[in-house]
Design a protein around this ligand. Sequence first.
Ligand SMILES: Cc1cc2nc3c(=O)[nH]c(=O)nc-3n(C[C@H](O)[C@H](O)[C@H](O)COP(=O)(O)O)c2cc1C
Length: 225
Amino acid sequence: MELQDTIKERKSIRGFLEKPVPKDVLNQILAISVRAPSTKNAQPWHFYVVTGETLEQLKRANVERFRSSEDPPEEMAHTLIEPEKGTVYRDRQVDIGKRLFKIMDIGREDKAKRIEWIERGFRYFDAPAAIILVGDKSRPIEGAYLDAGLVIQTICLAAVDLGLGTCIQNQGITYADAIRDILQIPDDKRLLVAIALGYPDDDFPANKVISPREDLENVITWCGL
Ligand SMILES: Cc1cc2nc3c(=O)[nH]c(=O)nc-3n(C[C@H](O)[C@H](O)[C@H](O)COP(=O)(O)O)c2cc1C
């Protein structure tokens, strides 16, 4: 696929076919994705590629913690900061939420459906594979996220190129302590993000949402032209 088409085609996928992703396909995605640039070539990433019964364990642990209203550990506090009310960032967040809930037929007052949607997220949208991206705690957090972002988008694009879909998820690492426990992630590693991954279910309504983008003229300042 042409790169420009791949970039255009990538979107968050929140419904997957019950079709396992072969290990060599996952490996192919990561093999090309580590070509992503990083600060002074630090390559400050490590990928826990989770499938099968181990992924089911993660899904169960997340949902159990959510159902028992467990607070996420302090180390995840930064991922839970919401954009301030009255900012465009908040407006855009609300807008994408509304689009997803509308197409999923989840009403404002429909608590059961809302909870099911949240749990679906904790189940990595029932994906057959998930990548838990971790960095080293010795790296400054800002740089860690910048480098991580580059490899994350590369993974998402490489996945599309191979016919797969992804959803980047902060939600998927909310209960970091449970994930550490199950995957045996050492304390000196920082959990950065989860990526749900699998073959897209094209009939799943949320997968039809195309998230809008701000007009280019509002995000570019031309200098010297
Ligand atoms: C760092 C990061 C964390 C995200 N976390 C979540 C998440 O927890 N749940 C979710 O449904 N989508 C999550 N997303 C996906 C965004 O909602 C999505 O990328 C955005 O709405 C733009 O839509 P698109 O990916 O379809 O272009 C996350 C995206 C990023 C970059």
